[in-house]
Design a binder for this molecule. Structure first.
Ligand code: DGY
Length: 323
C-alpha cells in the first residue's frame, strides 16, 4: 500500500520530522509560516493527513469542500480551539491533539510567570538593562509574597493539577479551584484544595489566579471587566491557556488604573499581535507562547501526533481523538 501523504504545516523538531519521513510520504512547509485559508483548503484537498498547529485557523469555511482527501488532522498541541470540530466531523475528518506530554512544562511556565509578576522580575530586569539601577535600598521594587498565598485555579484538568502540585508542595500555597464538572474529592484532597461553585466566588478570595481552561467560543472573554473588578486590588492574573479567555482591553485598563496587582500572559487574543495598551503596562509580564517550548516536550508532542497517525492509518482508533 502507498504511504499516506502527510503535510506538516510548520517545521517540527528535526528528529521527529525524520521519523515521520520514514513512515509517511511527508511534505514539510519549509518556509515555516502560518498557512492562509487558501493554502489550508488546498492541503485538505491534496493530503491524506494534515498536521496543523495553533497558528493554522481551521474555521468552518475551510472545510467547505466536496470530498476532501484529508481524513485526519493531527494537531501539534493540546488546545484545539483553532479547529472547528463540528465542520471537521461533518467532512468525516478525525481530529487528534497531544494531551499529557506538555502538562509539566506548561505548568512550569505558569509558575515562572506567577513568580515573575509577584517579584517584579520583568520590571527589575528592564531597570537593570536600561542602566537605571541605583543600588540596593529597603524600599526598592517591593513585590508580593508567594509562599503561603492563595492560588485560584480556573480549569482543573491535567495542567491545572500540575500547577497545583507546584504551588502547593513547592510554595505552600492554598489552592482554590473552579472547574466544570465537579472535581473528584480524592483529587482535591491530594492538594488540600477547595472547590468553589463559580469563578465569581473564586476571584475575591485569591492572591493569584491562574487560568487553565480551554479557549474557544465557550470561554471567550470569561475574564472580563466585571470579573477583573472582583479580584483583590493586589491580585495577579496568570494566563497560559488561550488568549481569548481574557478581554485584553479590560485587562489593560485594570493594569493601567492599578485595580489589580499585575498579570502574566503567555497567550494573546490575535497573537502574535499585542495591543499597544498592554505593551507599556509595567506590572505585566509577557512571554511569546512558550508554555510547551522545551526540547523534551516538543519531541514528545511530535511523537504523540505520530502515534495517533500510525494508529489511524492502521485502522485503529487514535488515542487522542477529540471529535
Ligand atoms: C498547546 O499545546 O495547546 C499549545 O498552546 C500550543 O498550541
Amino acid at each position: 500500500m502507498a504511504q499516506p501523504k502527510v503535510l506538516l504545516t510548520r517545521r517540527w523538531p528535526e528528529a521527529i520530522e525524520a521519523r515521520l519521513g520514514e513512515v509517511f510520504d511527508l511534505t514539510v512547509s519549509r518556509d515555516d509560516l502560518p498557512l492562509d485559508a487558501e493554502q489550508l483548503k488546498a492541503a485538505l484537498r491534496d493530503y491524506d493527513a494534515v498536521l496543523p498547529t495553533v497558528t493554522d485557523r481551521l474555521s468552518a469555511p475551510i472545510f467547505d469542500l466536496t470530498n476532501p482527501r484529508t481524513k485526519i488532522l493531527g494537531n501539534f498541541g493540546v488546545g484545539f480551539s483553532h479547529i472547528d470540530l463540528t465542520a471537521a466531523s461533518a467532512c468525516g475528518i478525525a481530529v487528534t491533539n497531544t494531551p499529557d506530554v506538555l502538562s509539566e512544562c506548561t505548568a512550569d511556565l505558569a509558575m515562572t510567570l506567577l513568580l515573575m509578576v509577584a517579584r517584579r522580575a520583568g520590571e527589575g530586569e528592564r531597570e537593570l538593562r536600561n542602566g537605571k539601577w541605583t543600588g540596593w535600598r529597603p524600599t526598592h521594587m517591593i513585590g508580593k509574597k508567594v509562599s503561603g498565598a492563595t492560588l485560584g485555579i480556573v480549569g482543573f484538568g491535567r495542567i491545572g493539577q500540575a500547577m497545583a502540585r507546584r504551588a502547593h508542595f513547592g510554595f505552600g500555597m492554598k489552592i482554590v479551584v473552579q472547574n466544570i464538572p465537579a472535581v473528584a474529592p480524592e483529587i482535591l484532597a491530594e492538594f488540600g484544595a477547595e472547590q468553589v461553585d463559580s469563578i465569581d466566588e473564586l476571584l475575591p478570595r485569591c492572591d493569584f489566579v491562574s487560568l487553565h481552561c480551554p479557549g474557544g467560543t465557550e470561554n471567550h472573554h470569561l475574564i472580563d471587566a466585571r470579573r477583573l473588578g472582583l479580584m483583590k486590588p493586589d491580585g495577579c492574573l496568570i494566563n497560559t491557556a488561550r488568549g481569548e479567555v481574557i478581554d485584553q482591553q479590560a485587562l489593560a485598563q485594570a493594569l493601567w488604573f492599578g485595580t489589580i496587582g499585575g498579570a502574566g500572559l503567555d497567550v494573546f487574543e490575535g497573537e502574535p499581535d499585542i495591543p499597544y495598551a498592554l505593551l507599556g503596562a509595567d506590572s505585566l509580564v509577557m512571554l511569546p507562547h512558550l508554555g510547551s517550548a522545551t526540547r523534551e516536550t516538543r519531541d514528545a508532542m511530535g511523537l504523540r501526533v505520530m502515534e495517533n497517525l500510525v494508529a489511524f492509518f492502521e485502522g485503529r482508533e487514535p488515542r487522542d481523538r477529540v471529535n
